[in-house]
Design a binder for this molecule. Structure first.
Ligand code: NAD
Length: 290
């Protein structure tokens, strides 16, 4: 397939390289990033998408996506699919989809989980919102970049699924970390704590697959000095998006709101920036109730 790829940063570069390695013709644009392997670079975004059957965007946020989409959409071929894989607010995803559809294109919001490792390995999970025929057309590309794609519903459904999932993740990671710190203070061995919780009703992905305690459970960023992994500031971004969506939808999300505040403090006034989001455990370890 002829693919235009806009945004070749930490995530976009390996995704574009995997598509090129699978035999697709990929033309990319990014104002700063170097060309990924096998990807031809264009001078600007419009040149990158001209003649493309599918245009993929992997950009930092909703405002940048809206601005990029305004430049891309007029240059795209009729009937082409705009596949946005960025994590953005639900309103921006819906606004971009409406603009694309008004221009005779189809649009999908398809945020990912799996991080930089998953992007490089081609094992991302895609959560997709948008029309069925567009989903069917990009399915072979999603199969190259990822190992799972769930079609969640109409425009915005992918972003909705992503922020709900990550709101649960932020809350359970905090709960797991504060429970470990409490267990420490009660004199409970961390391995015993893991053995019990990971097979009892307190289990979760945070405990079982990504244990925040070094040397316990499976390999995780905790075993690598809390180098990300999934950086605390990216968790903060997703928690803020969840709260923005909750405000817009009048949903009561007290735990999500508290998780957003805790990650904000961790990233903005403590030492969380640049560390994995599971570094909440050493944060709680050092603290008392006061
Ligand atoms: P990044 O900052 O490494 O890459 C973003 C790229 O977009 C940069 O290279 C930047 O130069 C480029 N860019 C900015 N404006 C542009 C424009 N107008 N036209 C073309 N390119 C432009 O970020 P990333 O880590 O690759 O994340 C991308 C998206 O994926 C974000 O929405 C993020 O939330 C999401 N995400 C990231 C991870 C992760 O672990 N890094 C995991 C899941 C989802």
């Amino acid at each position: 397939m002829q693919i235009g790829f806009i945004g070749l940063g930490n995530m976009g570069a390996p995704m574009a390289a995997n598509l090129a390695a699978a035999g697709h013709a990929v033309t990319g644009f990014d104002p700063v990033a170097p060309p990924p392997e096998g990807v031809a670079m264009a001078a600007d975004a419009a040149a990158a998408v001209t003649g493309a059957e599918v245009v993929i965007t992997m950009l930092p946020d909703g405002a940048i996506l809206r601005a990029a989409a305004a430049a891309l959409i007029p240059a795209m071929s009729p009937g082409a699919v705009l596949l946005d894989c960025s994590t953005v607010d639900v309103d921006s995803a819906r606004a971009v989809a409406a603009k694309a559809e008004a221009a005779g294109l189809s649009a999908l919001d398809a945020p990912v989980s799996g991080g930089i490792t998953g992007a490089a390995a081609g094992t991302l999970t895609f959560m997709v919102g948008g029309p069925d025929p567009a989903f069917a057309r990009v399915a072979p590309l999603l199969a190259v970049m990822g190992s799972k794609a769930v079609h969640c519903g109409g425009a915005g459904a992918g972003q909705s699924a992503k922020i709900c999932n990550n709101m649960i993740l932020g809350v359970t990671m905090i709960a797991t970390c504060e429970a470990f710190a409490l267990a420490d203070k009660l004199g409970l061995d961390r391995q015993k704590m893991f053995d019990v919780v990971s097979t009892s009703s307190g289990y979760s992905w945070s405990m079982n697959a990504y244990c925040p305690a070094p040397g316990i459970g499976p390999q995780s960023p905790a075993d690598n000095g809390y180098r990300p992994g999934f950086a605390a500031e990216l968790m903060l971004k997703d928690l803020r998006l969840s709260q923005q969506a909750a405000e817009g939808a009048d949903a009561d999300t007290p735990m999500g709101a508290l998780a957003a505040r805790l990650y904000e403090t961790f990233v903005e006034t403590e030492d969380g920036r640049g560390r994995d989001f599971s570094a909440m455990l050493p944060r709680f370890e050092r603290r008392g109730r006061g």
